[in-house]
Ligand binder design. Structure first.
Ligand SMILES: Cc1cc2nc3c(=O)[nH]c(=O)nc-3n(C[C@H](O)[C@H](O)[C@H](O)COP(=O)(O)OP(=O)(O)OC[C@H]3O[C@@H](n4cnc5c(N)ncnc54)[C@H](O)[C@@H]3O)c2cc1C
Length: 253
């Protein structure tokens, strides 16, 4: 067992969500934050080249490479389930499509009792996250950490298919994160200057040099420590042995 350190917050998993949470919590310098990631730093070059998707899709260096259980509905087939195991998590290996999901799904969560999750309530957070290259409007924000841009590559075949769909009566939709999701169009991407803009890039990039944020890689959380019914810390496995860290405020899994 290594020495025990204390932080205000401990965040386990430096994926899409974990990087954003740790980045935001450490932003104003009031809190000390420990961010734990089971995988390595995101130094594998193919992570950052958008075409490199194919080099990370089934690469154990950066991917958990899970399998599903046998799926009864699929004649018991076992389905491959890639997930990022690296700084940035699955945002370091995904398809970089910027798609928030359908507003009606958020509204349904709210109708089922999930207070604060209707689309109008979450929209300000999407806008705050975003640095939209088309500029700000009712649905989009600029100046946020997440770079969003138009797809630079629109091959002739895709353009022809788009135009054919419009000719067939399907409405053209230049923005699937705008007023409606229906229609045909080219999606936007989380790419910037021909490089993947992962959650690690977006939220840990600006945090470099922040003394109140500790990012530990090859740090696999194995146990949430509980005292009197309250999560007070985390135990994690590293190449140098098991380490314990304590959280003065919260553990975020
Ligand atoms: C192949 C693929 C393509 C996709 N394409 C798109 C797309 O184009 N657009 C889109 O919007 N979405 C896409 N998605 C989905 C999207 O990437 C994920 O939904 C999202 O990244 C999940 O974020 P998360 O924070 O929940 O988890 P993750 O980003 O997976 O983060 C979890 C992190 O926790 C770490 N971790 C796990 N267990 C531990 C532990 N015990 N201790 C420490 N660390 C741990 C993991 O290594 C990982 O880094 C895609 C997904 C896949 C698999």
């Amino acid at each position: 067992m290594q020495g025990e350190a204390s932080y205000d917050f401990i965040v386990t998993g430096a994926g899409s969500a974990g990087c954003a949470v740790a980045g935001r919590l450490s932003e104003d310098g009031r809190f000390s934050v420990l961010l734990l990631e089971a995988g390595p730093r995101d130094t594998y070059p193919w992570i950052h080249v958008p075409l490199g998707y194919h080099k990370t899709f089934n690469n154990p260096k950066v991917n958990w490479m899970f399998d599903s259980e046998p799926e009864a509905e699929l004649n018991n087939r076992i389905m491959y389930q890639p997930r990022g195991k690296v700084l940035g998590g699955t945002s370091s290996i995904n398809g970089m499509v910027y798609m928030r999901g359908n507003a009606a799904d958020y509204d349904e969560w709210r109708q089922r009792g999930c207070e604060g999750w209707d689309y109008q309530s979450v929209l300000p957070y999407f806008k705050r996250a975003e640095d939209q290259e088309r500029g700000a409007d009712e649905f989009h924000g600029t100046g946020g950490p997440l770079k969003v841009q138009d797809h630079r590559w629109q091959p002739t075949l895709a353009r022809a298919m788009h135009d054919a769909a419009v000719q067939a009566g399907i409405p053209a939709n230049p923005d699937f994160n705008g007023a409606t999701q229906d229609g045909v169009g080219f999606y936007q991407t989380t790419i910037n200057r021909a490089r993947r803009w992962s959650s690690a890039r977006a939220y840990l990039g600006p945090a470099k040099g922040r003394r109140n944020l500790t990012v530990a890689t090859s740090a696999h959380a194995t146990k949430v420590l509980i005292e009197n019914g309250r999560a007070t810390g985390v135990e994690y496995r590293t190449p140098r042995g098991i380490v314990r860290a304590h959280a003065r405020r919260e553990v975020i899994v």
